[in-house]
Ligand binder design. Structure first.
Ligand code: AKG
Ligand code: FE2
Length: 304
């Protein structure tokens, strides 16, 4: 049995930004994961989001299907999505709901009379998370020896493609080893901030090409977000920061989690940072426009 994973704990309010940036670097290089505490998002708001998430998923399926996913916003039913596109089994045993950027009017919302304050709770959460991510990205820039406003300067934060994803993994009382709550995948964007209800299930595989794969449990930490690096950040850093493979086992009891995915604004070009390549270590990925990368990954997952 490998030892339990120990990710660095980043305190977003800690005044010594350079020591925090070093710790972030260590987390991103070693695991692609760290915990984030004192992030400025009230526990009360987080509890409300979980409560409202459970209210939505408890609706009859016909009601939920009225908000079925369009423009990558809305409801995805149980087994309708498979994150690991190499698997031949049926889809992942989870249901989910996406809420995208608030400004573009593409989001789908349950009726206020059915779920009072649902929309306002999610909108507040979206805004708070975006503000925490913006602070975090300035520290990530420092950790890469860049100017703190690097991600602003390259246009990543003009209208970031940021998505809340409410997740519900029902206890299905089945023990198939072939079906996952969320099958193995890496996230597509810059960083993901995840909060769970504490029910175990999340695992990471640090060496994706090593066989047999070794999967380690990621414990939740009360009051902290679990942060992981996504593929676009891996491309920016030429693989220095890892976008680590992860999955969720089918839980033995109902499990809820809320992910916040942040992708750069659509026209932002993601290209290898000068500080991350040399003659002997050239860029591994060509420059790419954020929206093109995101759309291709969504196409592969959802077959759009
Ligand atoms: O529910 C979780 O713990 C993780 C979810 C996840 O990895 C995802 O939605 O990308
Ligand atoms: Fe993920």
């Amino acid at each position: 049995m490998p030892d339990a994973l120990q990710f660095p704990i980043i305190d977003l309010s800690f005044p010594d930004r350079f020591s925090i940036a070093n710790l972030i670097r260590q987390g991103c290089v070693d695991h692609g994961f760290f915990y984030l505490e004192n992030h400025g998002v009230d526990e009360e708001l987080i509890s409300k989001v979980f409560e409202q998430s459970s209210n939505f998923f408890s609706l009859p399926i016909e009601e939920k299907m009225k908000l079925v996913r369009k423009n990558h916003r809305g409801y995805t039913a149980l087994y309708a999505e498979k994150l690991d596109t190499t698997l031949t089994t049926e889809g992942d045993s989870k249901e989910s709901f996406y809420i995208g950027p608030l400004a573009d009017d593409l989001n789908q919302w349950p009726l206020e009379e059915d779920l009072p304050s649902w929309r306002s709770t999610m909108e507040t959460y979206h805004q708070k998370l975006l503000s925490a991510v913006t602070k975090l990205l300035s520290l990530i820039a420092l950790s890469l020896k860049l100017e703190e406003d690097f991600f602003e300067k390259v246009g990543a934060l003009i209208e970031p493609l940021a998505f809340i994803r409410l997740l519900h993994y029902p206890d299905l009382n089945s023990s198939s080893e072939e079906i996952f709550g969320a099958s193995a995948h890496s996230d597509y964007g810059m960083v993901t901030l995840l909060v769970t209800d504490g029910v175990p299930g999340l695992q990471i595989c640090r060496e994706k090409s090593k066989q047999p794969q070794v999967w380690e449990d990621v414990p939740s930490m009360s009051g902290a977000f679990i942060v992981n690096i996504g593929d676009m950040m891996e491309r920016w850093t030429n693989g220095l920061f890892r976008s680590t493979l992860h999955r969720v086992l089918q839980p033995r009891q109902d499990r809820y989690s809320v992910a916040f995915f942040t992708n750069p604004s659509k026209d932002c070009i993601v290209e290898c940072l000068e500080s991350c390549c040399t003659e002997s270590c050239p860029p591994r990925f060509p420059p790419i426009k954020a929206i093109d990368y995101l759309e291709e990954r969504l196409r592969l997952t959802y077959g759009l």
